[in-house]
Design a binder for this molecule. Sequence first.
Ligand SMILES: N[C@@H](CCC(=O)N[C@@H](CS)C(=O)NCC(=O)O)C(=O)O
Length: 228
Amino acid sequence: MITLHHLNNSRSQRILWLMEELDIPYQIRFYQRDAKTMLAPPELKAVHPLGKSPVITDDGNALGKVTLAESAAIIDYLVKTYGNGRLMPVENSPERIRYDYWMHYAEGSAMPPLVMKLIFNQIPKQKMPFFARPIACKITERVVGTYIDPQLKLHLDYLSNELQPSGWFVGNDFSAADIQLSFPLEAASQRTNLKQQYPKLVDFLQRIHARPAYQRALQKGGAYAYAK
Ligand SMILES: N[C@@H](CCC(=O)N[C@@H](CS)C(=O)NCC(=O)O)C(=O)O
């Protein structure tokens, strides 16, 4: 049986969604973020030393018990082990090269500026001596304005141009790469001007949110603020 170690409002939602798309049996173990720090609870470190989500364990595999972290590695494992050819283009095809690229790109390139934006947005809200606040705000404004926001624009322009006429990122068909890209795009819709400036990406989000498997995953996973 596969167990998904699921943190509320997190990247783990896309693993839940993938398992619903593939219609494979699984169970969920729920973890709640600390309300102040937003970090995962320490129990997750008993499952994987980094204590982050998603993590899966799978004891129903011929390989013995598998414990796996990192969204792209989990998606790859689930699709290859249980997909029966679904949601992944065949090997040695141009589509597969594009698919593999997006699987790496989502966490390797798209997420870093989005995480930076989240963190820098928090700086002005922190407690600090009154005389430090104007300096902290000035530095934040400068880093966001000269680096983070231009990087986000670069990535959103790129993603918007790369969306295929099919409405998916790889080729004609919906694939697990669309699932992997869902989280950076959902995060961008909360932290950037995506909703105002990128109608094609808004349509993509609406398209994935309307999928029955996505809706089932939402019901099973509990709070997920990014599905708006
Ligand atoms: N690149 C990793 C990132 C994992 C990650 O940072 N997960 C976040 C949730 S979205 C987390 O567990 N945060 C809580 C913490 O760091 O304590 C992946 O794609 O799985």
